[in-house]
Write a protein that binds this ligand. Structure first.
Ligand SMILES: CC1=[NH+][C@H]2[C@@H](O1)O[C@H](CO)[C@@H](O)[C@@H]2O
Length: 490
């Protein structure tokens, strides 16, 4: 195989020491884990290797006396970072060490990329599976590395969401933010307010049939994500972007009249009725049911573009909404306008358009989640002829999506203020899984690297070669990526 140091792993590992030989995965190879909690990770790797090799690849608790030819997964305090790992490959076996299971999972993702791309096809490969020997010591720069899928403008079913989870996990992303409600659709069943989905979930942009997740389906998505060390961050956008909820319940409207369902793509025309107590009963019920099925620590309350909510009302609303979320045991994330309100100590400000809002948040002691629209918005067209996507913020080619850093993007927002990166895919113009993959890939890979690898170790000139050599892997994974002419695809 290529020397370990010449491998094309994305995100780029922090430290690679090659020893110039190789380990062969053979018919004796087993995957052995140190404790039962690690068995699912061992099985995850086995289920990649078995179809590719045709070997049995048994998965079992570690033998008392380790022998050769095996892959070992062990936890140890000698790895300090909670998501870090050490991957050591010798001629007679592989040992992946980590402090927590997540680190082992990331070591497995790196091992996956040290093997030929053909293993991703799920069929028997001709080449012998050789892994270059050496030691990879790796850990992420930021703890929040994620993407957002807007399932409101266009609805995407459970299988599409699971495909997104599969693909994000390959690049060590650990958050999926689901934009579950907006003007055009309410996508999560709330048992105490059933019309939200029976009516509010029945359409989408362009007038299609929409759809929604039952609570069982949402829990299935949460577990599928958790098994891949991805935490779901659910968003209920408010007080603006609420036409679907307002259309579902007349009593939520100040004038007591429910608007029609909305199939367009305008923003900023809707608002909850700030002065009605039922509004707060509503969000208390919604956040109560959502929190009960969301193991992650965050619930996103939206807060963007409340253009028809008087600012003083907006502030009162955001202040109350935060307290309701925290009453249900969750921390709050909101789009950067929420910084006009009084932020609770754990509230995170998601920077999408106004740096001064994020800085207002920092002045209140808040942390920032970086999603600047000119760099991280995956719904932006690559250029003026990209068939889908928007360009209100910018055209974002693959190099432009890579050529920036979280800690230097905005004067006044530095590393210690930032919890990580979130790459939003808004779906006004996105209707199919192919559309999702076309806008998300390859840019999300560079954004995953921005969240993982220190800026001092990154450059477009080096990354573009590594990305170009990743082509056969993207093809093997059947990803409908944008073949940018700025990448030397091999
Ligand atoms: C936070 C935010 N609010 C707006 C803005 O981003 O632009 C998106 C399109 O790029 C749009 O869909 C969204 O409703």
């Amino acid at each position: 195989p290529k020397n370990l140091a010449e491998q094309q792993v994305i995100p780029k590992p922090i430290n690679v020491k090659a020893t110039g030989s190789s380990f062969e995965i053979n018919s004796n190879t087993s995957i052995q884990y140190q404790s039962d909690e690690l068995q699912p990770i061992a099985t995850y790797l086995a289920e990649i290797l078995r179809p590719a090799t045709g070997f049995e690849i048994p998965v079992k608790i570690m033998d008392s006396k380790p022998s050769s030819d095996h892959i070992f997964l062990t936890l140890t305090d000698s790895v300090s970072s909670v998501e870090g790992y050490q991957l050591e490959t010798k001629e007679n076996g592989i040992v992946i060490k980590a402090n927590k299971p997540a680190g082992l999972f990331y070591g497995v993702q790196t091992l996956r990329q040290l093997l030929p791309a053909s293993i991703e096809k799920g069929t028997k490969v001709s080449d012998t599976l050789l892994v270059a020997t050496g030691i990879i010591t790796d850990s992420p720069s930021y703890g929040y590395r994620g993407a957002m899928l807007d399932v409101s403008r266009h609805f995407f079913g459970v299988d599409d969401v699971k495909r997104v989870i599969d693909l994000l996990s390959i690049y060590k992303m650990n958050r999926l933010h689901l934009h579950l409600s907006d003007d055009q659709g309410w996508r999560i069943e709330i048992k105490s307010w059933p019309n939200l989905t029976t009516h509010g979930g029945s359409s989408e942009v362009g007038g299609g049939e929409g759809g929604f997740y039952t609570q069982e389906q949402y829990k299935d998505i949460v577990k599928y994500a958790q098994d891949r060390f991805i935490t779901i961050v659910p968003e209920i956008d408010m007080p603006g972007h609420t036409n679907a909820a307002l259309a579902s319940y007349p009593e939520l409207n100040c004038n007591g009249k429910a608007p029609e369902l909305y199939h367009g793509t305008k923003v900023g025309f809707s608002t909850f009725c700030i002065d009605k107590e039922i509004t707060y009963k509503f969000i208390d019920d919604v956040f109560g049911e959502l929190a009960a099925m969301t193991p992650g620590e965050y619930i996103h309350i939206g807060g963007d573009e409340s253009h028809v909510t008087p600012i003083k009302d907006y502030i009162r609303f955001i202040n109350r909404a935060q307290k309701i979320v925290e009453k249900h045991g969750k921390k709050v994330v909101g789009w950067d306008e929420i910084a006009h309100a009084t932020l609770l100590p754990n509230t995170v400000v998601q920077y999408w358009s106004k740096g001064e809002n994020a800085i207002k948040g920092i002045e209140q002691g808040a942390k920032v989640l970086m999603s600047p629209a000119t760099k991280a918005y995956l719904d932006m067209q690559y250029d003026s002829i990209t068939p889908i996507g928007l360009h209100w913020a910018a055209y974002i080619e693959v190099d432009e999506a890579y050529n920036w850093d979280l800690a230097t993007f905005e004067e006044g927002i530095s590393k210690e203020n930032i919890i990580g990166i979130d790459a939003p895919l808004w779906t006004e113009t996105v209707e199919t899984m192919d559309d999702i993959e076309y806008l998300v890939f390859p840019r999300v890979m560079g954004l995953a690297e921005i969240g993982w690898t220190p800026a001092s170790q990154r450059s477009w000139d080096e990354y573009k070669v590594r990305l170009g050599k990743h082509k056969d892997r993207l093809d093997a994974l059947d990803i409908n990526y944008y073949p940018s002419t700025r990448v030397p695809w091999e």
